[in-house]
Design a protein around this ligand. Structure first.
Ligand SMILES: C[S@@+](CC[C@H](N)C(=O)[O-])C[C@H]1O[C@@H](n2cnc3c(N)ncnc32)[C@H](O)[C@@H]1O
Length: 429
């Protein structure tokens, strides 16, 4: 006889989750109704609620946490692992969707036959049907006319209307996925290396350098990387404008956005902070794209400068030197170089701000939320031998780079997934 039995009256973990899900679902629906948002549906004519009010975002996150825990318990250990392994075919499917541009080939209104779609993409009708039918199980596309024609769901319609999201999907499928398959081999081959050329990405793509050095000679791939960043920056939880709410900007007039890509962050900051001038620094290959993205109304305050961020910082005496999603691309050894390259330019009181994830301590938040950040951590490992960092790692980095950096801690802003880590340049008087 089992020595462990749940009594009839005890509420099991599963029942508790189900009750919490039911009540949070009601709260979520109430927020949507109160704010005039559409109720969730796969119907292509449903409004997408891409940015919810903050209380809606919090409830959405909470429901994701609860429902993933419920699924894990309902599945039991075998199915829980089994389904994670099978999930790899989602990328086969998304790669086909990207590569054959399926969403934009299906009319926004009406439908297309499988035969016509197959003719357009030069693939057998049977193959198109199999790909589409797997997509349909994930609520991407729908079938009409007895299964002969394809039409949009709300998700496939979103893909058809979101070229930057398609660029991100393409970048993941063609740049990151091959790297993922080589990540463990790279670890076995170069254990403990901090070099980007010893990563899964380098193995998969035959590189002897960092991805970003390779992109200098490959403008099309560089543009796709930059477009993937534009997509990320368009997500409200990741939007760069949250930085404006993290600090008091009254006394700031000059900002340098180091590794600022095509300028999304600079434009977002300059739009909200009318007294601030911003220099975007990045590789010369991004110059044209950056110049195109600066609205004429901001051209007198936002400029682009080609600069290698491992070389001494040429813009001296700025108030803020900002890095967004740069440090997580590099191992500690290189992050120390990034910080030390600033030193000749820093005036007393200058602030170095890093917009990046801060990894929660293990078990400090929900597994769902922690898993999102730890997923980025493994992705940075596979790509660059780099990492996401906990608060204590950030502090150590600044202290080790130069004892004149005074670590000023981590700030968070409601609704922002990235944290704002900063240090003040404080030389002895
Ligand atoms: C992950 S992206 C982040 C872009 C931007 N900060 C954002 O948040 O959208 C990394 C950026 O670092 C730039 N980069 C890489 N190596 C560089 C170098 N040595 N000097 C300057 N920029 C570099 C890349 O071109 C790319 O734009």
């Amino acid at each position: 006889m089992s020595t462990f039995q749940v009594t009839d009256t005890a509420v099991s973990e599963l029942e508790q989750l189900a009750q919490d899900i039911a009540s949070k679902t009601q709260e979520f629906l109430a927020v949507l109704r109160r704010n005039g948002c559409a109720l969730p549906s796969h119907d292509p004519d449903t409004a997408r609620n891409d940015s919810l009010p903050i209380e809606g975002t919090v409830l959405q996150r909470h429901l994701m946490e609860l429902t993933t825990e419920l699924q894990a318990l309902v599945q039991g250990p075998r199915l829980h692992v089994h389904n994670q392994v099978l999930a790899h075919v989602n990328l086969v499917n998304l790669h086909a969707i990207y590569s054959f541009k399926l969403p934009s080939r299906v009319p926004m209104e009406g439908s297309i036959s499988y035969a016509e779609l197959a003719g357009k993409i030069q693939v057998g009708e049977d193959v198109v049907r199999r790909i589409a039918r797997y997509s349909i199980t994930k609520h991407i596309f729908r079938e009409v006319d007895g299964g002969d024609r394809l039409t949009h769901s709300v998700t496939s319609k979103m893909l058809a209307e979101s070229p930057m999201m398609m660029e991100w999907i393409g970048m993941v499928c063609e740049e990151m996925w091959p790297a993922a398959t080589q990540a463990v081999s790279a670890l076995a081959k170069w254990p403990r290396s901090q070099e980007p050329q010893h990563s899964g990405y380098a193995l998969a793509h035959g590189l002897e350098t960092h991805v970003f050095d390779m992109l200098v000679d490959q403008p099309e791939r560089a543009e796709r990387f930059a477009n993937a960043m534009v997509y990320f920056n368009s997500i409200e939880d990741l939007a760069s404008h949250h930085l404006c709410d993290a600090y008091d900007w009254k006394s700031v007039s000059q900002v340098v956005d180091i590794g600022g890509s095509a300028g999304s962050t600079a434009v977002a900051l300059a739009t909200r902070l009318p007294r601030v001038s911003i220099v975007i620094q990045d590789q010369a290959v991004l110059e044209d794209q950056a110049r195109r993205s600066i609205p004429p109304a901001l051209a007198d305050r936002v400029s682009f400068m080609a600069h290698d961020f491992f070389q001494d910082q040429p813009v001296r005496d700025a108030d803020v030197y900002h890095f967004r999603w740069i440090f997580h691309d590099w191992s500690d050894r290189y992050c120390l170089k990034l910080l030390r390259a600033l030193v000749p330019a820093l005036k007393p009181g200058a602030r170095v701000v890093v917009s990046d994830f801060v990894v929660p301590e293990s078990g400090a938040t929900s597994w769902y939320t922690e898993g999102l950040v730890r997923g980025f951590d493994l992705a940075m490992m596979e790509l660059f031998n780099a990492r996401e960092r906990e608060e204590r790692d950030w502090q150590k980095l600044f202290v080790e780079a130069d004892s004149r950096f005074r670590f000023a801690g981590v700030r968070t802003v409601p609704g922002a997934d990235l944290a704002f880590i900063s240090a003040i340049w404080t030389p002895p008087v």
